[in-house]
Ligand binder design. Structure first.
Ligand code: HXC
Ligand code: NAP
Length: 274
């Protein structure tokens, strides 16, 4: 390969499967792959959301399938992967980003509240990767996990997400070791605070908290969904062919600024939940 060959970003006839792909960052990644020619499968819990996502992806001129499945339910995932690969063939790129979050102190979190986020983010990522494995193109496929800075920055009001995403990044590294010889690469992208997303809305619910967050980012702006999508394309392309087991922040330097203070946002969120 010519190392400056931009055809590396042509994903025509490749199958990209996005778990949690019906909205936000993950949907933006799906759109970027669709624009690059890939055939897309997106899954999430809501049948309406996946149907709408598939329609929007097809409007970009490619084929797309939207399937309702909860990453906490292995049988539903088995069915989704079987249906998707029957339609589009083996999976070239798996993006795994289903997640849930809310602000609550550990003492305000019931065991089920903690378990719910661990089940979606961590056990769900394990389920997706483990069940996808039989359907991945080998050699030559790429798995991209969507993590968060909470994985390595201890963050008050985020005990569940910190524990879950730390596990996701460790899973990335273990699977890189176990699957490398089969020609399957796996990496984590760690997005910073990304504008116009559900995740950021939950952590910075007011204009003031949003401005404070943006100002704290060394590059002095919130991230854009496209910032994350570009890294996903790079990792999946031949340009990323020697990258595996990496935990890659795409965050304008945000992770360097240490633990966040969500005290005010958590108080507002607690009132809303009560
Ligand atoms: C305390 C809460 C709570 C809150 C829910 N719970 N919200 N506890 N404070 N604000 C508790 C419930 O009371 C219940 O415990 C348990 O959590 C499960 O709640 P359910 O509503 O039954 O769960 P479920 O329907 O499975 O929904 C999961 C969810 C929900 C995570 C709670 O918010 C969701 O579906 N989220 C998906 C969208 C999302 O969160 N997107 C953001 C991703 S961003 P009990 O004991 O009462 O049974 C992200 C972080 C990245 O992941 C960082 C961003 C910068
Ligand atoms: P989002 O729009 O809420 O995306 C979450 C997606 O996961 C949705 O499509 C949701 O659809 C799906 N989902 C949730 N629970 C699921 C389950 N049990 N099974 C299957 N699908 C499920 O949030 P976002 O902010 O874009 O976050 C996307 C990813 O980026 C997450 O992994 C998040 O942790 C990470 N991240 C976000 C930010 C940020 O600033 N937003 C920062 C760092 C990391 P359904 O409701 O239909 O299930």
């Amino acid at each position: 390969m010519n190392t400056m060959d931009f055809s590396a970003f042509d994903f025509s006839n490749r199958h990209v499967f996005v778990a949690g792909g019906s909205s936000g960052i993950n949907f933006g990644i799906a759109q970027a792959f669709a624009r690059a020619g890939a055939k897309l499968t997106v899954i999430s819990r809501s049948a309406d959301k996946v149907a709408s996502a598939a329609r929007q992806l097809e409007a970009l001129g490619t084929q797309a399938l939207g399937l309702s499945a909860d990453v906490r339910q292995p049988q539903a995932l088995e069915q989704a992967f079987a249906t998707a690969t029957e339609r589009f063939g083996p999976i070239d790129v798996l993006v795994s980003g289903a997640a849930g979050n809310f602000l609550a102190s550990a003492l305000d979190m019931s065991p089920n509240a903690f378990k719910t986020v661990v089940d979606i983010d961590l056990l769900g990522s394990f389920n997706v990767a483990r069940i996808a494995h039989a359907h991945l193109r080998k050699p030559g496929s790429c798995v991209i996990q969507i993590s968060a800075g909470q994985a390595f920055i201890p963050t008050p009001f985020q005990a569940h997400v910190c524990a879950a995403k730390a596990g996701v990044d460790m899973l990335t590294q273990v699977l890189a070791l176990e699957w490398g010889a089969q020609g399957v690469r796996i990496n984590s992208i760690v997005p910073g605070p990304i504008a116009d997303t559900e995740g950021l809305k939950r952590l910075a619910p007011t204009g003031d908290t949003l401005d404070a967050m943006a100002n704290r980012v060394p590059l002095k702006r919130l991230g854009r969904i496209d910032d994350i999508a570009r890294m996903a394309l790079l990792l999946a392309s031949d340009w990323g062919s020697y990258i595996t087991g990496a935990i890659i922040p795409v965050d304008g330097g945000f992770a360097l600024t240490g633990p966040r203070d969500f005290t005010a946002a958590a108080a507002a969120s607690k009132r809303a939940h009560a």
